[in-house]
Write a protein that binds this ligand. Structure first.
Ligand code: PEP
Ligand code: MN
Length: 367
């Protein structure tokens, strides 16, 4: 079932100036008044106008730095009053919300571990009822799109319409270069279901290391996301949390200057004519791909009938392995990657096997 969300467009949030990309930056955690003010001053000169800092930190292990708590909100309030920046932080329960409201926090976000907990999301949604500040919802730790959407619905039901999301990647047991797996297809699915939903990426928590922040940021912009939340610390080597993934303000400035913002479309008649011609060619090729797949499936069904008649099992793994090997080699000759060919042919094979299974289950008229 498609669930409706009432969403206030980003342009009416009164937080971001016009123009891309929108950047929220600041340290993983507020650690001291000096660190907060120093970081904020240095990112303000880059044009960043929304300052982030974690006040309460949901840490994986106990006996680690769990945030400075409510006193840190006073430092953030100084950032707001003295530097004119907007301030935002993470809330994970009703008490956090009330403290934030006391200190004039302009926007809050729900962390990945909170989004995964409907009791907490509901508690926060109730605490924010009749409060007109924007709320960003990070994806839950597990790749569960419904849980993510459920959190947005709970906020919406409390009358909160300034809602947006932050993609920070998903936990995975697999060894991958990033700290959290991007699973871009989930973000793309959410984007296509709710095209008007303000959409940010958090390359810092996705990357887990400063090394990958630029490539993830560029990918986010290429996918047309609205902005980035990037952890930035005046002295990352001394950070009390997430030291490996925080940029210095200067590194942030250099990276932002290098990011390429692509237009979503162009008014140029020449561009339009060329792109229309290329798209027309793609449409013709797509149709022939479908025709070819349908022809292949027809033969696959004939094989299914034949196997049934001769009482042969549907799946012959050795035949499949050699077929796959052949198409991968052929694909490579055509410049297609092994990963793509394998994914494509696995999908074709799955469809083919289920057709043949269906045939096996059919009763013959004479039986
Ligand atoms: C954070 O933004 O500091 C944070 C804890 O993020 P996440 O919820 O994505 O882990
Ligand atoms: Mn962090």
């Amino acid at each position: 079932m498609e669930r409706r969300l009432e969403i206030t467009p980003l342009s009416q949030w009164n937080l971001f100036p016009e123009g891309q990309p929108l950047v929220i930056a600041g340290p993983c955690s507020a650690e001291s008044e000096i660190q907060v003010m120093e970081t904020a001053r240095r990112i303000k000169t880059l044009g960043v106008n929304v300052f982030r800092a974690g006040i309460w930190k949901p840490r994986t292990h106990p006996n680690t730095f769990e945030g400075v708590g409510a006193p840190g909100l006073k430092w953030m309030q100084r950032v707001k009053n003295e530097l004119g920046m907007k301030i935002c932080t993470e809330v994970a329960c009703e008490r956090h919300v009330f403290d934030c409201l006391k200190y004039g926090v302009d926007m809050v976000w729900l962390g990945a571990r909170t989004t995964a907990n409907p009791f907490l999301v509901q508690e926060i949604a109730d605490a924010l009822r009749d409060v007109d500040i924007p709320v960003l919802v990070k994806n839950p730790v597990s790749p569960d799109l419904d849980l993510w959407i459920g959190a947005l619905e709970r906020l919406n039901q409390s009358g909160i319409k300034k809602i947006g999301v932050i993609h920070r990647g998903f936990s995975t047991f697999e060894k991958i270069p990033y700290r959290n797996s991007p699973e871009w297809q989930i973000a793309i699915e959410l984007r296509s279901r709710y095209p008007q939903l303000p959409f940010f990426c958090d390359p810092s928590h996705m990357a887990g290391s400063t090394k990958y922040i630029e490539e993830i940021s560029q990918r986010s912009l290429d996918l047309g996301l609205d902005g980035l939340m990037i952890e930035t610390h005046c002295d990352p080597s001394c950070a009390l949390s997430d030291a490996r993934q925080q940029l210095t303000p200067e590194e942030l400035g250099t990276m932002l200057g290098r990011l390429v913002v692509r237009k979503s479309d162009s008014d140029s008649p020449e561009y339009k004519e060329n792109i229309d011609q290329l798209r027309a060619k793609i449409d013709v090729i797509d149709e022939s791909i479908l025709y070819t797949l349908a022809s292949r499936m027809k033969i696959s069904r004939q094989i299914g009938e034949y196997k049934k008649k001769n009482n042969i099992a549907i799946l012959q793994t050795s035949r499949w392995d050699s077929l796959l090997e052949k198409v991968i080699a052929k694909g490579a000759e055509y410049g297609l990657s092994e990963k793509f060919v394998t994914t494509l042919f696995n999908a074709i094979h799955d469809a083919s096997v289920s057709e043949q299974n269906a045939i096996l289950g059919e009763q013959h008229p004479e039986q």
